[in-house]
Design a protein around this ligand. Structure first.
Ligand code: ADP
Ligand code: MG
Length: 288
């Protein structure tokens, strides 16, 4: 893949005690309440939760579009909350792509997708820019060639949302943020947009964080994080449950699983579509 060399193979994201309060006419609204979140490189995360729970606020802070009241955001090793405005522009031109909630407004309406992509790529660092895919090539890779040459303003909402994803991927970011990218789409358009996000992840290794209300969209992600009232209510892939597979294939099981699979016991390894299942071998260890 042409862009593989320059993609940072998926950027990690860390929010540390991320806190955001909006003040409107002396009334304070706490949108994020000391959120801690770790997303590993190449993970795909669906960010869920009721309207007003802080999802868009989280995304816009991660993309450096607004500054948090307190707390820290690290993208890769870099502290977004400490960046200057030019550094934030560079962050969004090179490392973080964002599809905002109504992407029609973030595109150049009288331009074609190719022109929108070229416009998005103009801010990339010169060394990277030389290696970025051309607009036609990118549209082709993403299965959007049919939209080439058309003007954005004449496109349907679904087409515009797909172009917005292509534009967000134009500078081969290591982290893609998408805020309700399918909210205005019918099922067929939704499915092709979900496919697009999955492709970004599988082709380029891009880390993906998608805000959605749609269960079908969420299911295309490997981890669900649920926000409520500015706090993480549930995280279905808690970091405590993640294990690394060593160079020699070894895995150290998390301690909370030792009751069902004690150290020293024997387990049968059952391959599944997305990994393996470990089942205690009753022949070796039939005690309960
Ligand atoms: P979500 O995306 O989950 O619907 P938001 O992040 O948009 O949630 O909003 C979180 C809370 O912050 C809500 O109570 C919302 O009304 C408030 N809020 C969001 N943006 C602003 C703003 N620009 N000014 C004041 N309050 C805001
Ligand atoms: Mg929102």
């Amino acid at each position: 893949m042409t862009t593989r060399g320059i993609v940072e193979a998926g950027l990690s994201l860390q929010c540390r005690a991320l806190h955001h309060v909006y003040v409107v006419e002396e009334t304070e609204v706490t949108a994020l309440d000391r959120v801690d979140l770790v997303v590993r490189p190449g993970e795909t995360v669906a960010l869920l939760g009721p309207s007003g729970c802080g999802k868009s606020t989280l995304l816009s802070i991660v993309a450096g579009l607004q500054r948090p009241t307190s707390g820290q955001v690290l993208v890769g090793r870099d502290d977004v909350t400490a960046m200057t405005v030019p550094e934030l522009l560079s962050l969004r031109s090179n490392r973080v792509g964002i599809v905002v909630q109504n992407p029609g407004r973030s595109l150049l309406p009288y331009a074609t997708p190719e022109e929108n992509i070229a416009f998005a790529q103009r801010g990339a660092n010169p060394s990277r820019r030389a290696e970025l895919p051309g607009a036609e090539e990118l549209l082709d890779e993403l299965g959007l060639s049919a939209l080439a040459g058309q003007r954005v303003h004449a496109m349907s909402g679904g087409e515009q949302q797909r172009v917005a994803v292509a534009v967000a991927l134009a500078s081969a970011p290591g982290l893609l943020l998408a805020d309700e990218p399918t909210s205005q789409l019918d099922d067929a358009n939704r499915d092709s947009l979900v496919e697009l996000l999955a492709q970004a992840n599988s082709r380029y290794g891009t880390t993906v964080l998608t805000v959605t209300h749609d269960e079908e969209v969420a299911q295309a992600h490997r981890r669900y994080v649920r926000l409520r009232d500015g706090r993480i209510e549930r995280d279905d892939a808690d970091i405590a449950d993640l294990v690394g597979v060593g160079e020699d294939g070894s895995v150290v099981l998390p301690e909370h699983t030792w009751t069902s699979l004690p150290p020293g016991s024997t387990a049968r390894v059952i391959a599944t579509v997305d990994g393996v299942r470990l089942v205690r071998d009753e022949g070796q260890d039939g005690r309960r």
